[in-house]
Ligand binder design. Structure first.
Ligand SMILES: Nc1ncnc2c1ncn2[C@@H]1O[C@H](COP(=O)(O)OP(=O)(O)OP(=O)(O)O)[C@@H](O)[C@H]1O
Ligand SMILES: [Mg+2]
Length: 309
């Protein structure tokens, strides 16, 4: 570290054409791996971090559509959708998070109450542009909720090819975002199918218990069936969740997954009480407790998705 040049937030900001405040926010949130110097704790940015940022910001904008899915409930899908989307947005990407679940938990997890959402778009009662709600800087939401129950019936009844409903309705998004993250319901219904005909990448959170691993095998069969018609679809990431190092079985399953899916497996998300507490405040983990192990774990996922790990 000693021979690496360190820059001030002001110098870094000038080079990147950003405000010093943005740079300090990035340091605080852990997006920039900066060091704190002196008693007052002044941020200094290593030159290699600056190189990385320059490279990333010069990359071209191509929307990546990532579905967070597994038919099993309670594995951390919504938690992952919200924190991955929030982390990518903090890192300067333009992100849309779409909630396709009737439980509609994405909005409360972000502490917002959008008046409109996905059901309005699929029901043609409002334009896509007007249904999207700004939740944070760089982070928009297309909300889900109970009204999607009627939407599912209506698209199944009225459309010849209901599986394309989402891809058609969301076509105007292309080119407007860097990432579209889609939270899905723990089921296998028409809306889940629509998501797989819209997304190109699938991230499967697996809670480290036997039943959810069995769920993965079944889910993969379903994905394979869709992939015959949607060749751009790829099961890209498997994310172990609820890792508890004190529980032997939890570690055993993690090791088995690493062997079986070595190219897809991501660093695990540990069981972390801060992650469970953050929803009550309507905050992603990076806002609720940026120093928690949960925030570290989700930063690693952001890095992996961005191709930095
Ligand atoms: N790593 C974690 N550590 C502790 N608690 C967590 C963790 N991840 C998620 N939780 C909590 O576990 C519960 C289930 O998580 P979440 O709602 O994200 O699962 P889900 O797969 O979306 O569920 P569903 O299938 O019902 O939509 C939530 O209360 C959430 O706050
Ligand atoms: Mg959920």
């Amino acid at each position: 570290m000693s021979d690496i040049k360190l820059l001030t937030p002001e110098e870094t900001a000038q080079i990147l054409g950003l405000s010093p405040k943005t740079i300090k926010d990035w340091c605080r949130a852990g997006y920039i791996k900066a060091v704190k110097i002196g008693k007052g704790g002044i941020w200094r940015i290593p030159e290699n971090e600056l190189d990385r940022l320059i490279k990333e910001r010069s990359g071209k904008r191509e929307v990546r559509k990532i579905a967070i899915a597994l038919s099993k409930g309670g594995v951390g899908k919504t938690t992952t959708a919200v924190n991955l989307a929030a982390g990518l947005a903090i890192a300067g990407n333009k992100v849309l998070v779409i909630d396709t679940d009737t439980q509609g938990q994405v909005a409360p997890l972000l502490g917002v109450k959008p008046p409109t959402g996905l059901s309005d778009v699929l029901g043609n009662s409002i334009s896509l542009e007007n249904a999207i709600y700004k939740a944070r800087e760089n982070l928009d939401i297309l909300a889900g909720g109970s009204s999607l129950a009627a939407t599912k019936i209506s698209i199944s009844k009225n459309l010849d090819q209901p599986q394309f409903a989402l891809a058609v309705a969301l076509e105007p998004l292309n080119g407007k975002y860097d990432y579209v993250i889609i939270d899905t319901a723990p089921s296998w219904d028409i809306l889940n199918l629509c998501v797989l005909f819209f997304a190109h990448e699938v991230l499967v959170p697996i809670s480290l218990e036997v039943l959810s691993v069995q769920g993965l095998v079944q889910f993969q069969d379903n994905l394979d069936a869709v992939a015959k018609y949607q060749q751009n679809l790829e099961l890209k990431y498997i994310l172990p969740t609820f890792l508890d190092n004190r529980v032997k079985r939890s570690n055993e399953i993690y090791e088995q997954l690493k062997t079986a899916y070595s190219d897809k497996i991501c660093d695990p998300i540990h069981y972390n009480s801060k992650i469970a507490e953050a929803p009550a405040k309507g905050q992603p983990i990076f806002e609720f407790d940026p120093n928690s192990i949960g925030a570290d774990d989700y930063w690693k996922l952001v890095d992996r998705v961005k191709g930095r790990r």
